[in-house]
Design a protein around this ligand. Sequence first.
Ligand code: KQY
Length: 364
Amino acid sequence: MNTPRQDGFRMPGEFEPHAGCWMLFPERTDVWRGNAKPAQETFAAVATAIAQFEPVTVCASQAMWQTARDLLPDNVRVLEISSNDAWMRDCGPTFVVNDAGEVRGVDWEFNAWGGDLGGLYADWSQDNLVAHKVLDAVGAKRYKSDFVCEGGGIHVDGEGTLISTRSCLLNKNRNPDLSETEVNQLLAEYLGVDKVIWLDVEGVDETDGHIDAILAFVRPGVVLLAWTDQTHMYEYQECRDVYAQLQDVTDAKGRKLEIIKFPIADLPPTTTEEVADIVQSDDVYPREANEPVFGGYINFYIANGGIVVPQFGVETDEEAIDILTEVFPDRKVVGVPGGREISMGGGNIHCITQQQPAGKGTLR
Ligand code: KQY
């Protein structure tokens, strides 16, 4: 079977036109507090915000379909697709397009961010079927890859450049038998990229350093970089290290990257009350008190004509919206409250969404 590149396909930038957005519906009571209700309400608010810009499909299990349907507005489609948790960015397909406007999808191997070496839950079998089910629902041709990859671990500019972190994709818990050169080749073949910019970060978070918690492309040649000047914050040193590395790189077109500093909310760690009713289970990464909560505005979603960004109820909320309004002048910036709720599950709006690029076909 050919690879997407051999067939003339490439992964477009998130800022290119979309056919729609895919999400999952949270239900795990050993990940999400309050019987997953607050998370369900926040996911519904995210879906509602995105739906003002483009069609949204939320996938829910058989047990949750009615709950999701009742919570979501009529303009959001609810499909019955099971999953082990709710991170469509990571277990969903990565869509690719060709010059004729055909849309296809890559179905990566998914191992819950580390498989037997630090994976976040013991059974990821349903997550690993999500990409296939979504591609079937869309009617898009599927490229299956054995490469372990997550959508949150890659950002592309649509013009040949991909940015990722060594701590994630090159981690022994993802692809132990592949060298960096082999991974470069796989990314080139499956996503049509010409250059991979590898960043070195500590990667001590539960995703081993996903790039979508660090930076985001505004357009080719320009990135927003999550940044803080607060010395007590965990990200203080890391954002400086990344900034230094980005000074030295050029993209696939030979451009130096313009870097725009973008705030990180300074949030208190999880409290005893917040985690009190999370069901304890040996099968899942424990959600405990006193754990850091990432204030990741950088984990925003780019929609057709819109930007959907988490809000944390702190003073940097406004600064994040102002910067996004300035750098995306043709898009309406919408803040969604409840960012802390998603962050406590380990990600944010970018992590729970996956864009389907516009093509000549439509959603089935
Ligand atoms: O960064 C992301 N794309 C998702 C993070 C998922 C964490 C699972 N608990």
